[in-house]
Design a protein around this ligand. Structure first.
Ligand SMILES: [Zn+2]
Ligand SMILES: [Zn+2]
Length: 362
């Protein structure tokens, strides 16, 4: 068996510290000149697996009390005392500077010999690290993709919400990524962001995914204008509105998709083969559109004082005298001395559906 020392760890730890402290700290992996070429394109990875030689450890026990006092086998623990003195950590790659990799989360002390580095690849290496990170901040992945301007990565994720890839989902992703990164600099806190969408087409799913402003968290406002436009605003700050102006742009740029769309969607008259082709076409256009700069696709304007509603109120509960179901008090109706839900009172109500917002009286 042959192992090579390819570099060395540089950080402020002369001895092992608590895992939490080490997880939050930065280290530099200094790679030796003979191996530097092996770092080519390593920056394209957010996370790396680092294998290192536990040079301070000697001896081991196959079963011993571990960190929390309970007995564990050595292979069921992260103990540094092992038959093969190899340590492994998944770290976040912060930056590469020549032969130096600045990383966060390495649990190795200063002077530890590095023996290997590999990219941390999702399907193979999914571990509790990502889960832990996502438990702390469920939007971390979106935030990273957005700040990197990785619109293709965002589209891949947004597709999971939307169910397919299409031109207007992509337009939503591009618009939202642009607005978030523009506003991010001046916004006091993106947690306070509100998105105002003017359509409930595919476009709005791109907006919801990237901004994190959704129907459920009350940070999404719907204005029933039927325009491919949206505004991102921050409470106490300014806003930015993007409007997709070039109505004919998609038809001119992608004529085949237009014809297919007419036949398959508008006339509901396409063959199975044409349906498949449209899907493929849409996907291709979708991934093409996210490579275009927002400025080429949208009219963009700054809005100094956006008109925003108050925080979502907390309503009291009320019970319907007829069906017994609970509802938010202000939604109820007084009728013949009874307190009724809108359904039992046969009152009109507002419904948001494929045709927009409309009043239903039935
Ligand atoms: Zn769509
Ligand atoms: Zn009722």
């Amino acid at each position: 068996m042959e192992l090579e020392e390819i570099g060395v760890v540089r950080n402020n730890f002369e001895e092992t510290q608590s895992p939490d402290l080490m997880r939050d700290s930065e280290s530099v992996l200094q790679i030796y000149p003979d191996y530097e070429d092996g770092l080519y394109e390593i920056e394209t990875n957010d996370f790396l697996q680092v294998l290192f030689y536990l040079h301070l450890s000697d001896g081991y026990e196959l079963v011993a009390p571990r960190r929390h006092g309970e007995d564990r086998g050595v292979f069921a623990s992260r103990s540094p005392h092992r038959p093969s003195s190899v340590g492994a950590t998944v770290v976040e790659l912060i930056e590469r500077n020549g032969n130096k990799l600045k990383v966060r989360g390495l649990d190795a002390v200063n002077g530890t010999p590095v023996i290997d580095i590999k990219p941390y690849a999702d399907p193979f290496d999914s571990s509790s690290l990502d889960e832990d990170e996502l438990k702390r901040n469920p939007r971390e992945k979106v935030r990273k993709l957005t700040s990197r301007g990785d619109t293709e990565g965002l589209l891949l994720e947004a597709g999971q919400l939307h169910g397919h890839f299409c031109p207007f989902l992509s337009l939503g992703v591009v618009a939202a990524q642009f607005a978030v990164s523009e506003l991010g600099e001046s916004a006091p806190d993106m947690e306070e962001a509100i998105a105002i969408v003017e359509t409930n087409s595919c476009f709005s799913d791109g907006i919801q995914y990237v901004t994190g402003c959704t129907f459920g968290n009350n940070a999404l406002i719907y204005r029933d204008y039927g325009k491919t436009a949206f505004t991102l605003a921050c409470r106490g700050g300014d806003g930015i509105r993007l409007y997709f102006s070039e109505e004919n742009f998609l038809e001119e740029e992608y004529p085949e998709a237009r014809q297919l769309f007419e036949k398959v969607v508008e006339e509901r008259n396409g063959t199975e083969e044409e349906e498949k082709r449209l899907k493929r076409n849409w996907r291709e256009i979708g991934f093409d559109l996210v490579t275009k700069p927002a400025k080429d696709l949208f009219d963009i304007e700054r809005i100094d004082t956006p008109n925003l509603p108050d925080y979502a109120p907390i309503y009291e509960d009320e019970y319907c005298d007829s069906c017994g179901e609970k509802f938010m008090a202000p939604k109820g109706v007084e009728k013949n001395g009874q307190c009724l839900c809108r359904n039992c009172a046969s009152e009109g109500y507002l419904q948001l559906d494929g045709s927009g917002l409309k009043e239903i009286n039935d």
